[in-house]
Design a protein around this ligand. Structure first.
Ligand code: PLP
Length: 405
C-alpha cells in the first residue's frame, strides 16, 4: 500500500529547537536518565509560578468561559490590551484592533497566512525565534534573514536589512527583547526599523513577548509608539512575564494606517473566525495580568531569581576557554559563541547531541535559530543557580574534552 506522506507544503518548514536532539533527550529520560534541560523558555516547570491573582481570575471565571467567545477575543481582554498600549504611548489601538490568540504563536502563523503570497519575502533576524521563519515558509513566503551583529550587542545591521529589500519584500520582523540573544533595542535602533519600513512601504512586525523581562535598568520601547504612518503589528502575551505559557494566551495589536490595510485585516478576521476563538478561560486573565501588580519585577531586579541565574550562567560561560557570551539585557536566554579557532565545529546539531549523550545536558544549537554559522548554542536561564552551576560546569568539562581531542 502506498505510504501516507506529509504535504509538500511542509517540505522546507523547519523547527529544529524541538528536533532530533530533544527527541533523543526524551528517549534517554524514558530510559531513566536525569537530563538537565536548558532548552525551552517555559518558566512554570522551573518553579516560576504564575501570580495568584491570575490563577484566581481564571478559576472564578471558569463557569462563564464554557462557550466560544467573539473570534477576536472577549471584550474585557481586548480593552485591557488597548488601554495598556495607550499607557505606553500608542494611541490608535482600539478594542477592534486587538486579536487574541492561543499564544503569540497562533497569531504569528495567522498573520503570515493572511499577508503572504507565494514568493513574498519577509525580513527576519538571524538569529531568530524560528517560528517566524517556519511560519513564513508554510505560508508560501521566503524568509530573508538579516544579520544581527554580536560585536555590536547583537544589534541589527540596518545596512544589511536595506540591502536585502526587494520588490517582493512585504514585512520586516523585529524581536525585542530578543530571543535568543537577549538584546534590547534602543530608540535609535527602533527608529531605524521604522524608517526602513516607511521608505519601502513594509509592514512592521514587532514581537515583544519579553517586553517586561528586562535587566540592569534596560528600557523597552514599543516599536509602534514611534510612528503613526507605518502599519505595525505588535505581538505579546502572557507566557513569559506572567509565567502561564501552558494557558496559551497572546495577542496581536494593529496600529498605524489601518485604512490602507482593510483588505489584509479582513483576511485576518476571516482566519480568526475560521478557528472560532482562542482558549476562553485564559482570556479572562489578561485584564488582571496587564492591570495588576507586575510581579516579574521581583524576579528581574537585583536579588531577583532570574537576574541572579542570568549572572551566574554569564560568568561561568565566559570563564570557559574559547567561549564568549554577551550579557542578556532582557528575555530568558544566553547565546554563547564557541570560538571556531578553538572548537572548529562543523555540525552544531551534532555538537548538541554529543553534549546530551556525554553530559546529559540539553541545549539548542545555534543554527536552529537560523544563525549563519555552526558556532553558537542557546541555553535558558530559568533553572536554579544550583542546576545552572552544575549544567554550565558540565558544559565546561565537555568542552575541555573537545579541546584535548
Ligand atoms: N515569540 C518569541 C520571541 C518567543 O520566544 C516565543 C516563545 O518562546 C513566542 C513568540 C511564542 O510564545 P507563545 O506562543 O507562548 O505566546
Amino acid at each position: 500500500m502506498q505510504e501516507i506522506r506529509q504535504s509538500s507544503k511542509l517540505q522546507y518548514v523547519r523547527y529544529d529547537v524541538r528536533g532530533p536532539v530533544m527527541e533523543e533527550a526524551q528517549r534517554m529520560e524514558e530510559a531513566g536518565q536525569r537530563i538537565l534541560k536548558l532548552n525551552i523558555g517555559n518558566p512554570a516547570p522551573f518553579g516560576f509560578d504564575a501570580p495568584d491573582s491570575i490563577l484566581m481570575d481564571i478559576i472564578r471565571h471558569l463557569p462563564q468561559a464554557q462557550g466560544y467567545s467573539d473570534s477576536k477575543g472577549i471584550y474585557s481582554a481586548r480593552t485591557a490590551v488597548s488601554q495598556y498600549y495607550e499607557s505606553r504611548g500608542i494611541m490608535d489601538i482600539s478594542v477592534n484592533d486587538v486579536f487574541i490568540g492561543n499564544g503569540v504563536s497562533e497569531m504569528i502563523s495567522m498573520v503570515l497566512q493572511a499577508l503572504v503570497d507565494n514568493g513574498d519575502e519577509i525580513l527576519i533576524p538571524a538569529p531568530d525565534y524560528p517560528l517566524w521563519t517556519g511560519a513564513t515558509t508554510l505560508a508560501g513566503g521566503t524568509a530573508v534573514h538579516y544579520l544581527c551583529d554580536e560585536n555590536n550587542d547583537w544589534n541589527p545591521d540596518l545596512e544589511d536589512i536595506e540591502s536585502k529589500i526587494s520588490p517582493r519584500t512585504k514585512a520586516i520582523v523585529l524581536i525585542n527583547p530578543n530571543n535568543p540573544t537577549g538584546a534590547v533595542y534602543s530608540r535609535a535602533t527602533l527608529e531605524g526599523f521604522v524608517d526602513v519600513a516607511r521608505r519601502h512601504n513594509l509592514v512592521l512586525m514587532a514581537d515583544e513577548i519579553y517586553e517586561k523581562v528586562l535587566y540592569d535598568g534596560a528600557r523597552h520601547i514599543n516599536a509602534a509608539a514611534l510612528s503613526d504612518d507605518v502599519l505595525t503589528l505588535t505581538f505579546s502575551g502572557l507566557s513569559k512575564a506572567y509565567r502561564v505559557a501552558g494557558f496559551r494566551s497572546g495577542w496581536v495589536a494593529v496600529s498605524g494606517p489601518k485604512h490602507r490595510a482593510r483588505n489584509f485585516l479582513e483576511g485576518l478576521t476571516l482566519l480568526a473566525n475560521m478557528r472560532m476563538c482562542a482558549n476562553v478561560p485564559a482570556q479572562h486573565a489578561i485584564q488582571t495580568a496587564l492591570g495588576g501588580y507586575q510581579s516579574i519585577n521581583d524576579l528581574v531586579l537585583p536579588g531577583g531569581r532570574l537576574r541572579e541565574q542570568r549572572d551566574v550562567a554569564y560568568r561561568m560561560l565566559n570563564e570557559i576557554p574559547g567561549v564568549s557570551v554577551n550579557q542578556a539585557k532582557g528575555a530568558l536566554y544566553l547565546f554563547p559563541r564557541l570560538d571556531p579557532e578553538v572548537y572548529n565545529i562543523q555540525d552544531d546539531e551534532n555538537f548538541a547531541l554529543q553534549l546530551l549523550k556525554e553530559q546529559r545536558i540539553l541545549v539548542s544549537h545555534g543554527r536552529a535559530f537560523n544563525w549563519v554559522n555552526p558556532d553558537h548554542f542557546r541555553l535558558v536561564t530559568l533553572p536554579s543557580v544550583e542546576v545552572l552551576t552544575e549544567a554550565v560546569g558540565r558544559i565546561g568539562e565537555f568542552l575541555d574534552d573537545v579541546r584535548e581531542k
